[in-house]
Design a protein around this ligand. Structure first.
Ligand code: ASP
Ligand code: MG
Length: 345
């Protein structure tokens, strides 16, 4: 490591807990080669500004569903392999680099198929064991995409390292809906991830996945990669967590179905958890209460939009609930609504 890089690393060591951003990309934001390279450019931007960033990813769109089907029947596996191989082919890497990543993908494909066969075999006589094999299969979606994303970052000259969250998130053995052990997971996350941040390497971590005390892979429940991101953000003392989605932020109801849906520019974790929004898993708020971590829900296709800002306590600016109250009082359309309506259509 050069002296210059060392020096920067030292100053980041002091600063990083205050400055750290955790970014989570969902399956829709990673649906194909173009989406992945777009997401990688967003990360490169952060890196170039010298902002310490940790990534948490969920599987490519539909992949977890495909893996679920693979456990139940004989879902053809070729589509799933091609989905990932196509991303690899698109990356600006040497043949030798591609070969190495392809090897990693291949061994994960084999693992998925082998465990899916075991899940099917145990399905009838021993459903508990089948669930365990099923978790190993489902975890493959995240484990494939982090390898591709790490390669995409490296292709963009961003030093990055793949992390399987089974190494850091320890859970009980409720396969399919495992509950993290917070203390052990905290210790492991800090020990594993902080040195990477200090060396200015971007960790690319699987969401959704953990492992039991004796190292068997678990999953935290469908759609829990937001939860993985908030857990990791909490453990690392992140300043902010950006949940990249395909929508501008949260609305009080579905903006595609209701013309009068209101954009939520800012709200508390508690209020949004009560809304039971489809955009963000309820569990994701658990690690955030009583912290000053700020969560932004932003549109990956509109990265400069302000998104929805979520905090434990309301800050000075207007919340959805104040906004509604104001509308009722005045019968008028508040400014924030006009701004976001324009943004939407
Ligand atoms: N890939 C997992 C699922 O589809 C986790 C997630 O997307 O949040 O359930
Ligand atoms: Mg998913």
């Amino acid at each position: 490591m050069s002296i210059e890089r060392n020096r920067t690393a030292l100053s980041i060591e002091k600063e990083h807990t205050r400055e750290l951003t955790v970014m989570k990309f969902g399956g829709a934001s990673l649906e194909n080669a173009a989406a992945i390279s777009h997401a990688a450019l967003l990360v490169r931007n952060e890196y170039r500004w010298g902002r310490p960033t940790v990534l948490v990813l969920s599987a490519m769109r539909n992949v977890t569903d495909m893996l679920e089907k693979l456990c139940e029947s004989t879902e053809p596996f070729e589509d799933l392999m091609e989905k990932h191989n196509a991303v690899l082919r698109s990356l600006n890497l040497s043949d030798a680099q591609k070969f190495l990543v392809q090897q990693e993908l291949n061994s994960t494909y084999h693992e998925a198929i082998r465990n899916a066969l075991l899940a099917q075999r145990y399905g009838v006589e021993n459903p508990t064991t089948a669930l365990e094999y099923r978790d190993r299969v489902l975890s493959c979606g995240e484990r494939l995409v982090v390898r591709l994303f790490t390669a995409a970052l490296r292709a963009n000259d961003v030093p990055a390292q793949t992390i399987d969250s089974s190494e850091i998130i320890q859970t009980d053995n409720t396969f399919g809906e495992a509950i993290p052990d917070l203390q052990t997971s905290f210790n492991r996350t800090v020990k594993k991830i902080n040195p990477l941040i200090q060396q200015i390497i971007v960790p690319v971590i699987t969401g959704f996945v953990g492992s039991t005390v004796d190292g068997r892979i678990t999953t935290l429940g469908r759609n829990t990669s937001d939860y993985s991101a908030t857990l990791i953000g909490r453990f690392l003392g992140a300043k902010q967590i950006i949940l990249w989605k395909e929508v501008n932020g949260l609305y009080d109801k579905n903006p595609n179905a209701y013309e009068d849906a209101l954009f939520i520019d800012e709200a508390t974790f508690k209020k949004v958890a009560e809304m039971n929004s489809k955009v963000i898993h309820k569990k994701a708020f658990e690690p955030l209460y009583k912290t000053d971590i700020v969560v932004f829900i932003k549109n990956v296709k509109n990265p400069n939009g302000i998104g929805t800002k979520l905090t434990d306590e309301p800050s000075g600016s207007i919340t959805l609930f104040q906004l509604k109250q104001r509308m009722q009082e005045t019968g008028g359309v508040p400014r924030v609504w006009r701004i976001y309506k324009a943004d939407l259509f």
